[in-house]
Design a protein around this ligand. Structure first.
Ligand code: IFM
Length: 451
């Protein structure tokens, strides 16, 4: 096969990383505004206060997307831009911004795919306990209702939340992302449960309020493992490492995707719940496991795994000659074969890669262009593997490259560039990189030029 006829080729971004912070234009503060002010938390002491100034430049950015032949765009909405304190009062200006953005996309022939929450928890909700507060799912439901009532006639697909592993794991367990907390496992599981309930409630809202029958999904980290060899033992060890779990681990995919797709927690989590002060309520799993339409997964890399002496997965540490991105993430294209395969085998849903891309330190060359051959090679290798998964029976439905343009890379600030489009943060000049023109051809040939 090659890529299916209706395959969704797209690019992705997130509000706080590109727009400029909402509080500068009448919205509220988020936990990221707070976190960026803490000395030593952001590598270059920067913040998303201005970022790519997309709030003021969205029309020119969308025109560029059109020039680059991009048919699908995954964006996120800033909760504090729409509801400055996270609840009750809606900022009409904030909501209108997203309405205009979506209209502009549609006029330019680009389908909008909207993530409701990409880490920018309203500051005032954090003061009330944020994800630890058991009211969070109903606050999220109210927020979802505001969004879907306004935009639910035009959005092609909705994703409820992005990478709970990160905003809970990095943000609340390890403390290296906002809000910078270091909580214990019981609190982490409680917060995770509130996030899963919020997801489920938002799915219910989309199903009941959207008037255009959109696709519904979410975008977790698609943590996965690559079998070291093609032996059945290694393949099963990698499958286990991808979708099963035998110890509490916030980064495990199964902890998140079993509840959503199978309506139950993995056994080890069930057992852990029994030791907790508070347990889930009856009916929670029904809310969490509302049927969704695709398996979204953000995949950048994966470790190689083999069957250890006891048959259990063992990470292969030999990294001789392994390529690495600027983030030091291993270049591991087979992640886009094995991840989708294991997910599809277990959950039987079409797979959309909701993020994949590469950090480099690109600059504008003397000829005025941005040459990024490593990114082209990286993306080509990963896409070839995703297509191979399709040939082997995985229902591959879409690919959203991260990211359309360079942006605020959270705790790394602006040092790492993931974009297809270079951004000069002093002048806000956009320069499409070589990879942007390459991706244009990939889209135009439906991927035939990379096989
Ligand atoms: O920039 C992030 C994005 O916000 C979430 N997924 C990973 C990307 C690269 O680190």
């Amino acid at each position: 096969m090659a890529f299916p006829e209706k395959f969704m080729w797209g690019v992705a971004t997130a509000a706080y990383q590109i727009e400029g912070s909402p509080y500068t234009t009448g919205g509220g503060q988020s936990v990221w505004d707070m976190f960026c002010k803490r000395p030593g938390k952001i590598a270059d002491a920067s913040s998303g206060e201005v970022a790519c100034d997309h709030f003021n430049r969205f029309r020119e950015d969308i025109a560029l997307m059109k020039d680059l032949g991009i048919p699908h765009y995954r964006l996120s909405i800033s909760w504090p831009r729409v509801m400055p304190s996270g609840m009750r009062n809606v900022s009409q200006e904030g909501l209108d911004f997203y309405s205009q953005l979506i209209d502009e996309l549609l006029v330019n022939g680009i389908q909008p795919h909207v993530t409701m929450y990409h880490w920018d928890t309203p500051w005032e909700l954090y003061l009330k306990g944020g994800w630890l507060n058991s009211d969070m799912p109903s606050w999220f439901q109210d927020y979802a209702e505001v969004l879907v009532k306004k935009l639910g006639d035009r959005v092609a697909s909705w994703m409820t939340i992005n990478e709970p592993q990160c905003f809970i794991g990095l943000g609340m367990e390890q403390g290296i992302h906002a809000p910078g907390d270091k909580l214990g496992q019981q609190e982490i599981l409680w917060a995770s449960h509130q996030a899963l309930l919020s997801h489920g409630k938002a799915v219910q809202v989309i199903r009941s309020e959207a008037t255009n029958k959109p696709l519904v999904g979410w975008a977790p980290v698609g943590g996965c493992a690559i079998p070291h060899t093609n032996s059945t033992e290694d393949i099963e060890a990698a499958r286990f490492a991808t979708v099963e779990m035998d110890t509490f681990n916030t980064w495990s995919t199964g902890m998140w995707t079993d509840p959503v797709f199978l309506g139950r927690y993995p056994k080890v989590i069930e057992e852990f719940w029994e030791t907790c002060y508070q347990q889930p309520a009856d009916g929670d799993m029904e809310i969490i496991s509302q049927p969704i339409d695709f398996f979204g997964a953000n995949i950048y890399n994966a470790p190689r795994v083999r069957a250890g002496a006891n048959g259990k997965p063992e990470v292969v540490r030999d990294e001789t000659g392994l390529g690495r991105t600027l983030f030091h993430w291993p270049v591991s294209p087979e992640a886009l074969y094995w991840g989708p395969k294991f997910f599809h085998d277990r959950y039987k849903k079409p797979v959309v890669i909701t993020e994949n891309g590469m950090a480099l330190s690109d600059w504008v060359h003397l000829d005025g262009k941005v040459h990024d051959p490593q990114r082209i090679d990286f993306l080509q290798r990963y896409l070839q593997e995703f297509e191979r998964a399709g040939r082997d029976g995985v229902d591959i439905a879409g690919y959203m490259q991260w990211s359309f343009m360079d942006n605020f890379e959270w705790a790394e600030g602006y040092r790492f560039r993931f974009g297809l489009v270079h951004v000069d943060y002093t002048t806000q000049k956009r320069t499409p990189k070589d990879s942007a023109y390459w991706y244009k051809d990939v889209i135009a040939t439906n991927g035939a030029n990379i096989l």
